[in-house]
Design a protein around this ligand. Structure first.
Ligand code: GTP
Ligand code: IMP
Ligand code: MG
Length: 340
């Protein structure tokens, strides 16, 4: 029985989608539970040529035997949720997804408030998906809950009960966080953050798992950093420098161009400490070091890449167990056996 929580170590978009797909497809947990803020997230997942952009559905859905759950801490936009249930029908997602009856609901007014507030949409650079205003209503205790929305009736469940019973029965549970450490309402670059804490403890609370039940916390870092929206970014480089390195990216949800920067050891250290990380996944290594594109064995990495990985380990004190060298599942170096 293993309870694993995966979180973003940067400002989101670390490639969590790819890591979750790899880990869930290989480890086949009984339950994959989505934590995090809500549909402000955009996860890209790719499996055997099929590519999807997801905002609410757990990214591990390619593992077809898993029960998929959305925890009570996550905001649900019924329009986005029901669209994804249809969009992913090839994988029978609607038949195995449950939404906690206590999830707060994003209504049209929340999206309008998010988009029309120049403070949120311009100064903070929010995604416009209504998450901030919906969480504000939740704090004011005026938000509507999933149990009041008739379109969600067939999906309602008690997520903590399902998850804790699965753990009691010795099954594996995988919890996926969204956003990243730098966007945490508590520990990020306030006020340029999202509307909630994004660290592993909150991810566990989002799905109703107590801290004593969590076995592994995986923090995901990209080999460089990206940030969408406003706010400080100590290792940022100019667009010209980023283009010279061949790095240009656009957001999955908003289509905005992402700001690019170099790996930030200090941020990685703090992120690992506050998340209580037990393992690190490093993604998009091939984009920074093209010579290691699609490499699948650690021994085949260049000396430069090995030095980079070793530096991350020595600076954070946490082992790097997953190295991603390309978008598809096969392009993954899995060092977890070496931990045993
Ligand atoms: P999260 O928001 O953290 O889930 O990240 P994401 O999955 O949304 O990341 P993003 O939107 O930045 O998308 C990453 C893109 O890069 C997707 O198309 C992935 O398939 C792809 N990708 C993920 N890992 C790697 C990798 O190691 N190398 C390369 N070249 N591409 C990757
Ligand atoms: P909000 O979460 O839409 O309120 O946006 C607040 C800040 O968090 C903005 O800078 C967004 O760009 C950023 N943000 C929210 N969700 C994500 C995400 O999934 N990836 C990257 N940035 C995000
Ligand atoms: Mg993303």
């Amino acid at each position: 029985m293993t309870c694993t929580v995966l979180v973003g170590g940067g400002w989101g978009d670390e490639g969590k989608g790819k890591c979750i797909t790899y880990l869930c497809y290989n480890d086949k947990p009984s339950i994959i539970a989505r934590a995090g803020v809500g549909p402000n997230a955009g996860h890209s997942v790719e499996f055997r040529g099929d590519k999807y952009g997801l905002r609410l559905t757990p990214s591990g859905f390619f593992h077809e035997d898993a029960r998929l759950l959305i925890g009570a801490g996550v905001l649900v936009d019924p329009e986005v949720f029901l669209h994804e249930m249809e969009y992913l029908s090839k994988y029978s997602v609607a038949e195995r997804t449950g939404v906690d009856y206590r999830c707060a609901i994003i209504e049209r007014k929340h999206k309008e408030q998010d988009q029309s507030s120049s403070y949120l949409s311009k100064k903070i650079g929010s995604t416009g998906t209504g998450c901030g205003p919906a969480n504000a209503d939740r704090v004011m205790r005026t938000a509507k809950l999933a149990r009041e929305v008739s379109e969600l009736e067939d999906f309602l469940t008690d997520v903590p009960l399902e998850v804790n019973e699965a753990l009691d029965e010795g099954e594996d549970v995988f919890v996926e966080g969204s956003q990243g450490f730098g966007l945490s309402l508590y520990y990020g670059t306030y006020p340029y953050v999202t509307s909630k804490d994004t660290t592993a403890s909150t991810a566990a609370a989002d799905v109703g798992i107590g801290p004593t039940r969590v076995d592994e916390v995986i923090a995901v870092f990209k080999s460089y950093i990206t940030r969408v929206g406003e706010g400080p970014f100590p290792t940022e480089i100019s667009q010209e420098e980023a283009e010279e390195l061949g790095l240009e990216e656009y957001g999955t949800v908003t289509g905005r161009r992402r700001r690019i920067g170099l790996f930030d050891m200090e941020m990685a250290r703090e992120s690992c400490m506050i998340n209580g990380a037990t393992q690190i996944a490093v993604t998009c290594v091939d984009r920074l070091y093209p010579q290691c594109e699609r490499v699948r064995e650690y021994s085949d990495l260049s000396a430069e890449v090995k030095r980079f990985i070793e530096e991350i380990e020595s600076e954070t004190g946490v082992p790097v167990t997953i190295i991603s060298t390309g978008p598809s599942l096969e392009d993954t170096i899995d060092l977890r056996d070496e931990l045993l």
